[in-house]
Design a protein around this ligand. Sequence first.
Ligand code: BG6
Ligand code: MG
Length: 218
Amino acid sequence: MVKIEAFIFDLDGVLVDTAKYHYLAWRKLANELGFDFSKEENEQLKGIERMQSLEILLKIGGMDFSKEKKQQLAAQKNKYYLIFISKMTTNEVLPGVRKFLDEAKSEGFKMALGSASKNAGAILRKTDLERYFDAIIDGNKIKNAKPDPEIFLKGAGAVNVQPSKCLVFEDAAAGIQAAINAGMRSAGIGDPTTLCAANVVVPGFVGLTVYDLLRLFY
Ligand code: BG6
Ligand code: MG
């Protein structure tokens, strides 16, 4: 088995508790458009870039708009989202994450961020997580959204590690598929049913050591 040399982390729902804010912002927009949007339906949006997420949301609501109006709606959702994240503190780093990142860093693993979010930089700064990463690939740096492998391949390239030696951490089915498409191994963070395509699934980082996790791969 090829040794893992780099970790590539998704951000929303893996390192920070922002998945709930994406949901609340989309739900507010849906409600304003006159329909409800459930947590179950929100699963389809996880890991999906902003404009594609809006398309899915509008389909759920049975609505369609012009390109210009859609741009405006996506900007509106982002405005709501930015209000939520403006109040974020370091407390919203998910439990166990900082300890895991500290251990991975001190053990010499290369660390990259692979997030579809165009707000990733601001969130990393607010939560004091930026310093852990050798490379940050976010929604501003890619053309093709997950499940396309571009984001993770760019992360691997930036830390100079072959894809087969990278392990991706993801909470979204689209992200696990992107890891598979990139020829990387994956650890699902969250629900084993949604993340069944991942090599391993753990509920979160609490009590998880780097070597306990890697043992599941070798
Ligand atoms: C992903 C989230 O990380 O980023 C999605 O899982 C979100 O829910 C996507 O739509 C894009 O984020 P942003 O911040 O650029 O709208
Ligand atoms: Mg995510």
